[in-house]
Design a protein around this ligand. Structure first.
Ligand code: ADP
Ligand code: 5GP
Length: 209
């Protein structure tokens, strides 16, 4: 009996900068049946980041051309740069039956939900604003000015949480990752994702059992 869903699940991991989305995704990707969508951005690489690994680093002109060519599933201006999800990779991954993870900001997540209502939006919350600030500072990848800009966006982002399907507080990293795994597995059992289950049993009944 083939009750397996054909298309993969689109999981959107989203929330303010520094909540631990990237750390969580690294662990979620240890599971072979899930693929990570590498975003495009116009910001400069930081630290050890490599083109095509963390991001596709594009110029503003290249990014705008790709918007015109409908090359993004979603894109947004986050802080003072462009970020976008390449459309083809996501569509091909889902069609192949593999699950796909997007790690994107709140504006982008809401655009994905509009375009693909079957996407599962998970908001990653910090235990507190103080801890969030501590984590961004400790990561030491942004200037003080950048940190202030990112912190000034946080409440506006959290105010959008009602539009999400799930919220997970990233206090203990391993527990938060486990919660996302449980959400993923529960979502795969949703009746609406399983196709026409009744037909399978009716067909079997007609054939005789
Ligand atoms: P984001 O991708 O949401 O911007 P990161 O994954 O880069 O966030 O995490 C920001 C910083 O917080 C990193 O230095 C990371 O190691 C740290 N971090 C992530 N999750 C936790 C956690 N549960 N407890 C403590 N520190 C964490
Ligand atoms: P960073 O500069 O720290 O890598 O990312 C800044 C913010 O942009 C993070 O909240 C991150 O999740 C978000 N982001 C990364 N890729 C995308 C994307 O493709 N689309 C959108 N909308 N946001 C993204």
């Amino acid at each position: 009996m083939n009750t397996k869903q054909k298309k993969g699940l689109l999981l959107v991991i989203s929330g303010p900068s520094g909540t631990g989305k990237g750390s969580m995704c690294q662990k979620l990707l240890q599971d072979d049946s899930v693929k990570y969508s590498i975003s495009a951005t116009t910001r400069s690489p930081r630290g050890q980041e490599q083109n095509g690994r963390e991001y596709f680093f594009l110029t503003k002109e290249e990014f705008e051309q790709r918007i015109k060519n409908n090359g993004f599933l979603e894109w947004a201006q986050v802080y003072d740069r462009y970020y976008g999800t390449p459309r083809d990779f996501v569509e091909e991954t889902l069609e192949s039956g593999c699950d796909c993870i997007l790690e994107i900001d709140v504006q982008g997540a809401l655009k994905v939900k509009e375009a693909m209502p079957e996407a599962v939006l998970i908001f990653i919350l910090p235990p507190s604003l103080k801890e969030l600030h501590r984590r961004i500072k400790e990561r030491a990848t942004e200037s003080e000015e950048q940190i202030q800009m990112r912190m000034s966006w946080v409440l506006g982002e959290i105010d959008q949480i009602a539009k999400y399907d799930y919220a997970v507080i990233n206090d203990c990293l391993d527990e938060a990752v486990e919660e996302v795994r449980r959400i993923r597995h529960s979502e795969k059992c949703r009746v609406s994702r399983l196709g026409d289950l009744t037909k399978i049993y009716h067909d079997e009944d007609e054939r005789g059992f």
